[in-house]
Structures are given as structure tokens and as C-alpha cells.
Design a protein around this ligand. Structure first.
Ligand SMILES: N[C@@H](CCC(=O)N[C@@H](CS)C(=O)NCC(=O)O)C(=O)O
Length: 232
């Protein structure tokens, strides 16, 4: 059994998508990030960066004590390795997947995240920041679109690289993007959206947690005023 520390955000959806794809048994430990659960000492012990998702695998392959993992990319790699799925076994295939996975966590996630912050959540409209992150998101969509122009998925077959990127394309409208400008990305998006595991992650799991995720004043204070003192 895997414990998944989760809230229904793009990074959270990556892991429910993967667990559903892999058919692994898991139970959700909600981390209400708008209420500050990410700063609880027991969560920080698992995820020192005070971000979800994180997992604890209570039955690791080596038969030893539970393994805890933070960072969505590390979790996806761990799950692929545990099951031998969603990741090719040959060195060239693995490199393809790893580089697109790292591309997502180092580029698409952070840039689209800042895009969402300045387009949707920031209390003041900062034109420079909005333009900067909307353009950067647009560029990254272009990179994906080009990559997908001559292949079905980011690597050869559907993999954890696709799972990592999909949830960050879902909010395309609020990030100031239109998928009609990116036909190959749009085709890929529709294919992944229709996968049964994606539907279970978004329509089965997420709604039980979404209602409390409304951005209240208290949630803004918790989420957008963090300093080193927050994790002391
Ligand atoms: N690089 C991290 C990012 C995780 C992340 O930013 N999670 C957000 C929600 S999408 C979070 O937990 N935020 C809580 C906070 O800002 O305190 C990953 O890929 O797992």
C-alpha cells in the first residue's frame, strides 16, 4: 500500500494519474495546502520543501522499511522503476523519457506555475510578470508542439514524461494559451485526456478534495508569504 500525500493541483494530479495507470493500491493523505497542512512537522519530515505531492511506499521492493519520496519527478521515476512500466528498459528509451520528464519539472511546471500566480492569483496585476510568464508558457507549448509533430508521445510510447506534462496543459485557458495554436499538442492532449486512468484521476479522485481548495484570504496568506521562517 502506498500513502499519497495529495491535494488536487497539477502536481498532485501527476501522481494520481500514474497510480491509476499502474493499478497500484494507494490511500490518500490529504494535504490541504490552503490550510497550511504542508507545514505540519510530520509532513515536513517526508517533504522538507513543504510541497506536495509526496508518497510513502510501505512495501518497497527490497522488503525493507517504508520509503518516502518528495518531488513529483522523483516519485514518477520511483513508481516506474517499482513496476517496470511507463518507462522503457533500454538505455536510449530511458534517456528520452528522463530528459522530457526533467524538462517538465524544470521548465513547464515552474513557468506555468508563475503564469498561474500572476494571471490568476496575484492581488495586483503586474503587466511585466504577466507578459513574461505568458510568453514563456507559450514558448514551452511551442517546444512540446514541435516535439509532438512527428510522434504520438513525448518519448516513444506513453510514459511518465507525458503524465508529468499533461496536468500543466489542463489550465491552458487561464494561462493565456489556446490549443488551436498548437495542433500536435492539442491532439496529444485529447488522447491523454481520454485515457481511463486520467478520467479516474480527475473525475473520480480529485472532486472529493476540490471544494476546500478555494483561494481564501487565509489561503493566500499561507501560500504567498513564505520565507525560511515558514519551515523552521
Ligand atoms: N517541484 C515540485 C513542485 C510541487 C508544488 O509546487 N506543489 C504545490 C502545489 S502544485 C504545493 O504543494 N504548494 C504548497 C505551498 O506552496 O506551500 C514537484 O514537482 O513536486
Amino acid at each position: 500500500m502506498i500513502d499519497l500525500y495529495y491535494w488536487p493541483t497539477p502536481n498532485g494530479h501527476k501522481i494520481t494519474m500514474a497510480l491509476e495507470e499502474l493499478g497500484l493500491e494507494y490511500r490518500i493523505q490529504p494535504v490541504n495546502i490552503g490550510a497550511g497542512d504542508q507545514f505540519k512537522p510530520e509532513f515536513l519530515a517526508i517533504s522538507p520543501n513543504n510541497r506536495m505531492p509526496a508518497i510513502v511506499d510501505n512495501a518497497p521492493a527490497d522488503g525493507g522499511p517504508p520509503i518516502s519520496i518528495f518531488e513529483s519527478g522523483a516519485i514518477l521515476l520511483y513508481l516506474a522503476e517499482k513496476t517496470g512500466r511507463l518507462m522503457p528498459h533500454d538505455i536510449r528509451g530511458r534517456v528520452e523519457v528522463v530528459q522530457w520528464l526533467v524538462w517538465q519539472v524544470a521548465n513547464l511546471g515552474p513557468m506555468a506555475g508563475q503564469n498561474g500566480h500572476f494571471n490568476v492569483y496575484a492581488p495586483e496585476k503586474v503587466p511585466y510578470a504577466i507578459t513574461r510568464y505568458t510568453n514563456e508558457t507559450n514558448r514551452l507549448y511551442g517546444v512540446m508542439n514541435k516535439r509532438l509533430s512527428n510522434r504520438a508521445f513525448l518519448a516513444k510510447d506513453f510514459s511518465i514524461a507525458d503524465i508529468a506534462s499533461y496536468p500543466w496543459i489542463v489550465p491552458h485557458a487561464s494561462h493565456g494559451q489556446t490549443l488551436d495554436d498548437f495542433p500536435h499538442l492539442k491532439r496529444w492532449f485529447e488522447v491523454i485526456k481520454a485515457r481511463p486512468a486520467t478520467i479516474r484521476a480527475y473525475e473520480g479522485v480529485a472532486p472529493s478534495y476540490s471544494s476546500a481548495s478555494t483561494m481564501t484570504e487565509e489561503a493566500r496568506r499561507i501560500l504567498f508569504n513564505q520565507t525560511a521562517a515558514s519551515v523552521r
